[in-house]
Design a protein around this ligand. Structure first.
Ligand SMILES: [Zn+2]
Length: 330
C-alpha cells in the first residue's frame, strides 16, 4: 500500500496497527537497527505480541513511544497521526474542538495532544543560519499579539488603558529570508537593541542585506550587515526596501490565532508561533504527505508533560474517549 497523500488515505493507511507500527519504526530507526532510547544499547529482544523491546543494556522495556512526544500517552498512534496530519495541513490550523470531533477524544485531551504536536513542529535550526551573506535579502520585524480589550474584565482593562495599548500584548520577533522564503519567529520579552541584534547576529549570515523599520533596536545592524530602513511614519514601501513579506507572515499568524484558536494565553503563544512557522516554511514544493512525514520525523527527543504545560498534575492522557463537554480554551 502506497504512502498516503490525503487525510482520507492517511486514516485508511494508519488504521492497521501493524502498518502504523512499522511506519513509526522505520522513521525512528531508518537503518533498521533498533537502539534503546534510554541507554543507547542495540542489544535487545522484541516482544512481538506487545510490540515492545526488552533492552539487555539497561534491563528495561521500551516502546516506540519512549522519548517522543507520544511518551506516556494512552492515545493510540492512529489517532495521533490523524491529529498531526490535520494540524500540519490545515492552512489556518485546527482547534482542539475539531480534533475532539474528528478522532473521538475529549477536547481537553485534544488540546494537550495539539500542544505536544506543536512542540514537535518547533524547528531545530538554532545552528544553521539564514541569509546567504552578500547578495541575499532578509526582512526583520516585530509584532504585538493578543490582549483584546473588549474581552477583558473592566478592572484589568482600566490598568491596561493606563499603561498604554501594548501593555497586555506579547511581542513576537521574526526574520524572513526573501530568497529561501523561510521565516524564523519567536516570542521575545522586549525589543531592546541587545536582544534584537543578538537574534539577528545568531541567525543571519554576516554581509546579508536586512530591511527593517526605523525602530532603535535595529540601529547598529550596519556594522555586520547591509542595513536599509523604511520609516513607517513616512511610507511602507520604498522600492525593494520594505518589510511586507514578514508582515504577510504576521497577518497569517494573527488570522490563525483569532480565527481558529480565538484566545491564546501569552504563556502558550510560542508554540502557536512554531506551528505557523512550520506550515509557512514547508508550504512550497511539499505535498500533505511530505509535511506529515517531516513532522513525524521531528517527534523524537521532544517531550511536553501536562504539568509543564499547565502547572497541574492531573494529566488527562488516560481519558481517551469522552463526550468532551468540559470547556477548554481553543
Ligand atoms: Zn537500554
Amino acid at each position: 500500500m502506497r504512502e498516503p497523500l490525503t487525510l482520507q488515505q492517511a486514516i485508511v493507511y494508519f488504521s492497521d496497527p501493524e502498518r502504523i507500527f512499522e511506519y513509526a519504526k522505520q522513521l525512528r530507526w531508518p537503518d533498521g537497527k533498533v537502539v534503546c532510547p534510554r541507554c543507547g544499547s542495540d542489544k535487545n529482544s522484541f516482544v512481538k505480541t506487545r510490540r515492545l523491546w526488552f533492552c539487555y543494556g539497561c534491563q528495561k522495556q521500551f516502546t516506540i513511544k519512549v522519548k517522543t512526544i507520544f511518551e506516556d500517552s494512552a492515545i493510540t498512534l492512529d489517532k495521533w497521526m490523524t491529529a498531526i496530519w490535520m494540524l500540519v495541513n490545515c492552512k489556518n490550523g485546527v482547534s482542539s474542538y475539531e480534533i475532539h470531533r474528528a478522532i473521538g477524544v475529549t477536547q481537553k485531551t485534544a488540546w494537550f495532544m495539539l500542544q505536544r504536536i506543536r512542540t514537535a513542529l518547533k524547528d531545530t535550526f538554532p545552528h544553521t543560519k539564514i541569509g546567504g551573506g552578500s547578495g541575499s535579502t532578509l526582512e526583520a520585524d516585530e509584532t504585538f499579539v493578543g490582549g483584546k480589550l473588549q474581552n477583558m474584565h473592566a478592572d484589568r482593562r482600566k490598568t491596561i488603558e493606563q499603561k498604554g495599548p501594548r501593555a497586555n500584548k506579547t511581542i513576537v520577533f521574526g526574520i524572513l529570508d526573501r530568497d529561501l522564503r523561510q521565516v524564523r519567529a519567536k516570542v521575545v520579552p522586549d525589543l531592546k537593541r541587545e536582544l534584537l541584534q543578538n537574534e539577528i547576529l545568531n541567525q543571519v549570515k554576516h554581509g546579508s542585506t536586512i530591511y527593517t523599520d526605523s525602530a532603535v533596536g535595529y540601529d547598529k545592524l550596519h556594522y555586520r550587515f547591509v542595513h536599509d530602513v523604511v520609516n513607517h511614519t513616512e511610507r511602507y514601501v520604498n522600492g525593494q526596501v520594505h518589510t511586507q513579506g514578514i508582515e504577510n507572515f504576521w497577518s497569517l499568524l494573527k488570522r490563525t490565532l483569532s480565527g481558529t484558536y480565538v484566545a491564546v494565553e501569552p504563556f502558550h503563544l510560542s508554540r502557536y508561533v512554531d506551528e505557523q512557522v512550520f506550515r509557512f516554511n514547508n508550504r512550497k514544493d511539499k505535498n500533505d504527505g511530505d509535511r506529515f512525514r517531516l513532522a513525524m520525523s521531528q517527534v523524537l527527543g521532544k517531550r511536553l508533560t501536562y504539568s509543564e504545560l499547565t502547572g497541574k498534575s492531573d494529566s488527562p492522557h488516560h481519558a481517551e474517549t469522552g463526550t468532551g463537554t468540559e470547556q477548554v480554551p481553543f
